[in-house]
Ligand binder design. Structure first.
Ligand code: BEZ
Length: 255
């Protein structure tokens, strides 16, 4: 799934270079265990590839995402997809479950998100998801920051990712009223079939632009970052593996 805060995603680039994101979402769908007839909210549904799996299980699914192009792509699959900011969910007591894959790290203000999810659930409803946990893509982020800083760009104010530890996330959910059943950090080294430059272009172009890099310089920033990462994340054949770390959780709204 894509993120959700209007990062300006390109659905065709996402499908070409990031198809591993929904493909690796199977374990969290298993943890959700969607049942026929359930009403499920997919928070940060992106282009809807994983949302379709929930529909295929017989659930009635509403997908929300803050990116217009992704919502349009999900609608093209025939899904009920709506443009909505994860911090301002407008649902009240109508879902058996809220599901989220690879989206919550794009949503700052996690309390506002959890509050909206809690409100959206029926009593006894479950909240199941996975996103980037503490230490997620640490090498990539550090290298990109170093390259930008070396060229005089300021990066400190730009860091919008939410990557809590399992303990931090558990506490935050409990403070919103959830019973937390599972909260685990799972290191998940992830092969990048399209390589590091394509990954940086797909996922970090917005970050580079926000640092004030002129479009003509973006390619060089990406090339320098790739060169810095090569000894760490590429193997002897030149195949890349990103240092993803997931936080997988399951929680429940009390009856
Ligand atoms: C993630 O899925 O964890 C992620 C992907 C791209 C940028 C940041 C995080």
């Amino acid at each position: 799934m894509s993120g959700s805060l209007g990062h300006g995603w390109d659905p065709s680039a996402y499908a070409a270079h990031a198809s591993f994101v929904p493909a690796l979402g199977a374990p969290v769908v298993d943890l959700l265990a969607p049942k026929a007839g359930e009403r499920i909210l997919d928070l940060g549904c992106g282009d809807g590839v994983l949302t379709e799996k929930l529909v295929a299980a017989g659930a009635e699914v509403v997908g929300v995402d803050a990116d217009k192009a992704m919502v349009a792509a999900a609608k093209e699959r025939g899904l009920d997809a709506r443009l909505m900011d994860g911090r301002q969910l407008s649902f009240d007591g109508e879902f058996d479950a809220v599901f989220s894959n690879a989206a919550l790290h794009w949503m700052p203000q996690p309390k506002a998100v959890a509050e909206g999810v809690f409100r959206a659930l029926k009593p006894g409803g479950r909240y199941v998801g996975e996103f980037g946990g503490h230490g997620n893509i640490a090498a990539i982020r550090t290298a990109l920051r170093a390259v930008l800083m070396r060229r005089g760009y300021k990066v400190d104010v730009l860091e919008m990712q939410y990557n809590p530890t399992a303990a931090e996330y558990r506490t935050m959910l409990e403070e919103q009223g959830f019973e937390v059943l599972v909260a685990d950090i799972i290191p998940r080294p992830t092969p990048l079939p399209s390589g590091m430059s394509a990954w940086l272009n797909t996922f970090r172009a917005g970050f580079i632009d926000a640092a004030g890099v002129p479009p003509a310089e973006r390619g060089q920033i990406i090339e320098d970052t790739r060169a810095m990462l090569r000894p760490v994340l590429a193997d002897t054949k030149g195949d890349w593996t990103a240092d993803y770390v997931r936080l997988r959780f399951a929680a429940r709204k009390p009856e």
